[in-house]
Write a protein that binds this ligand. Structure first.
Ligand SMILES: [Zn+2]
Length: 88
């Protein structure tokens, strides 16, 4: 019985989540006044002035990174460095 429940409920929840996410996307696209871009790391929408644009790789693809993700990366890097120093 639980198995049947899972088979029916799982696709429905996935569908609902997909529908909701597409609806949010069309909603955020409708006001063209403030240009927003998706952060390449957390996939959240941010206004362009809150993002850092960086050309990545040889193909010149431009990725946007939000302040939160940059700080997270910086802290991760710092922790990694201190861990390496402690191990030596
Ligand atoms: Zn981010």
């Amino acid at each position: 019985m639980f198995f049947v429940f899972c088979i029916f409920i799982l696709p429905i929840t996935v569908l609902v989540i997909l529908l909701l996410s597409t609806r949010q996307k069309t909603d955020s696209e409708s006001p063209p006044a403030d240009p927003t871009e998706v952060c390449a790391f957390c996939q959240k929408d941010f206004p362009m002035n809150q993002l850092l644009e960086k050309e990545v790789g040889t193909y010149g693809r431009v990725y946007c990174f939000c302040r939160e993700c940059i700080e997270k990366l910086y802290n991760e890097f710092k922790n990694q460095q201190t861990q390496k120093q402690e191990n030596k």
